[in-house]
Design a protein around this ligand. Structure first.
Ligand code: GDP
Length: 201
């Protein structure tokens, strides 16, 4: 499959919804607990190693980062938390901004939720799924670092997570992914291209 995301580049960061780019076209957001492999997945999908480095710049980790692909399509990197020790009031503020984004952003068509295959469905993941359910958003889960498990163990985890998701958010879909060996890369690109209505470039 040709990669329809090669033109993606960093545009801007927003601390709150009012600083986001115009709410037009279609947008897909990436979320995951810190260290889940979100930057690596974004870089692999776009095919540009340095793309999501911006999101890791100190001071930017709590921001929503926007990566336009075309004039009408964007990838969005949402702040991950649940790892860094942050004061409760800072966490509460992130939550307000995140939920405002999930609920109010008209151009947001779906959320890619990244989970380390060795530690799926953390409290962070369950909270994100609950927010997405409230916002009636499409959710697709990438079980990242699939290369860390043997094929059989990875398949077992996939089935287990798929079963558990049925109870948490029946609309959510799930697949294996590895930024290292390319497992699931084409499938993830194809799904995102459908969400964003991108043709092959
Ligand atoms: P983020 O904090 O969610 O953006 O996570 P990163 O993308 O920075 O990845 C966290 C750590 O996991 C880094 O050490 C990566 O090299 C490693 N990692 C990310 N994706 C993969 C993968 O697919 N396979 C393996 N083996 N390691 C990965």
């Amino acid at each position: 499959m040709k990669n329809p995301f090669t033109a993606a580049e960093f545009l801007t960061s927003a601390a709150r919804l009012s600083q986001a780019p115009a709410d037009t076209g279609r947008e897909a957001a990436f979320a995951g607990r810190s260290n889940a492999g979100k930057s690596s997945a974004l870089n692999a999908i776009v095919g540009h190693k340095g793309l999501a480095r911006t999101s890791k710049t100190p001071g930017r980790t709590q921001l929503i980062n926007f990566f336009p692909v075309t004039d009408d399509a964007r990838l969005v990197d949402l702040p991950g938390y649940g790892y860094a020790k942050v004061p409760p009031e800072v966490k509460a503020q992130w939550e307000r901004h995140l939920t405002a984004y999930l609920q109010q952003r008209e151009s947001l068509v779906g959320l890619i939720l990244l989970m380390d295959i060795r530690h799926p469905l953390t409290d962070f993941d369950r909270q994100m799924l609950a927010w997405c359910r409230d916002a009636v958003l499409e959710v697709h889960v990438l079980l990242t670092k699939a290369d860390k498990l043997k094929r059989g163990a990875a398949q077992n985890t996939l089935l287990k997570v798929r079963r558990e998701l049925t109870g948490l958010y029946p609309q959510a879909s799930v697949q294996l992914f590895s930024a290292v060996d390319g497992t699931g890369l084409d499938a993830a690109r194809a799904l995102l291209a459908t969400w964003l209505e991108l043709g092959p470039s």
